[in-house]
Design a protein around this ligand. Structure first.
Ligand SMILES: C[S@@+](CC[C@H](N)C(=O)[O-])C[C@H]1O[C@@H](n2cnc3c(N)ncnc32)[C@H](O)[C@@H]1O
Length: 274
């Protein structure tokens, strides 16, 4: 494992597995948009680093076809098992998941057509982000594509404002920062690819209104469930206050007259020089 590797702040619980699977489903449309724009050829070799329980391996699998391969890289053993089960259940024969550190994958260098990550940078401190991008870039064949997808909270607004929204978002942000996360990483993606030496860098931002019934409507509540112990350990809030605010926010978000503007989904991709 790389010395720059840090623990995943949201942990490996069943709650977090289920959250990641629901989140991946909610982000499929935007991910498919980017992959179609990049134009992945049948027979390509692709990697999804920090793939979690599914990541975008299903979308890559369809695009690379029977002659291609997709490798998922994941460090959390429970997510590796879950991803392998999901792949078997979906019959994705061209996909394999390896248990490895994304900062030091052990995969062959200069060998892949597409190397992708989603929502891994957001959890890493700057030195680890740098190491991740260098590792991803080193896996690419000349002419291969590096693709990144991250959130940026610039647009994350609830209207009308509610005291429980303000308090829970502030608490979550503080705990996430203390754990090394940066929820504004999205805006930096194109610049990072340029610094890495990627060519033909493109960037796209999607922003949606999170509707009732969609995973993203209650994303903040799910994040707090996954980091429940860390939030309580921050000593900013007692368990009963936390539960009361979560119930109040849940009711506010279930009200059709509440508007929730989601986080930006930022995508950037570029090519390794031929
Ligand atoms: C927010 S989740 C995103 C999962 C997936 N990419 C998606 O978008 O659905 C971050 C994932 O990265 C994994 N992870 C964190 N640090 C890692 C590392 N150094 N190497 C491999 N995986 C890592 C976590 O275990 C988790 O599954």
């Amino acid at each position: 494992m790389s010395s720059l590797s840090v623990p995943y702040a949201l942990g490996g619980t069943l709650t977090e597995q289920q959250r990641l699977t629901a989140q991946a489903r909610g982000l499929e449309e935007q991910a498919a948009w980017m992959l179609d724009r990049i134009g992945i050829e049948q027979g390509s070799r692709a990697v999804d680093v920090g793939c979690g329980p599914i990541g975008i391996m299903n979308l890559l699998s369809e695009r690379v076809g029977a002659r291609g391969t997709v490798i998922g890289v994941e460090r959390e053993p429970r997510f590796v098992d879950m991803a392998r089960t999901a792949i078997d259940e979906r019959g994705l024969r061209n996909v394999k998941v390896i248990h490895a550190d994304a900062l030091q994958t052990g995969l062959e260098k200069n060998a892949y057509d597409v190397v992708h990550e989603r929502l891994l940078l957001i959890n890493l401190p700057p030195a680890s982000q740098e190491a991740l991008l260098i590792e991803m870039f080193s896996l690419l064949k000349p002419g291969g594509i590096i693709a990144l997808q991250e959130f940026d909270s610039a647009s994350y607004v609830c209207h009308p404002e509610h005291p429980s929204w303000t308090l829970l978002l502030g608490t979550w942000n503080d705990v996430f920062h203390a754990a090394g996360g940066n929820e504004f990483v999205g805006r930096s993606l194109a610049h990072r690819l340029q610094c890495l030496g990627a060519e033909n860098v493109e960037m796209k931002i999607h922003v949606e209104v999170a509707q009732i019934g969609e995973y993203r409507r209650t994303h903040l509540l799910s994040l707090i469930e996954s980091m429940y112990d860390l939030v309580l350990a921050s000593a900013r809030i007692s368990q009963s206050e936390l539960r009361d605010h979560m119930s109040a926010l849940s009711a506010h978000l279930a009200d059709p007259s509440t508007t929730l503007i989601d986080k930006l989904v930022v995508q950037a991709w570029g090519r390794r020089a031929i």
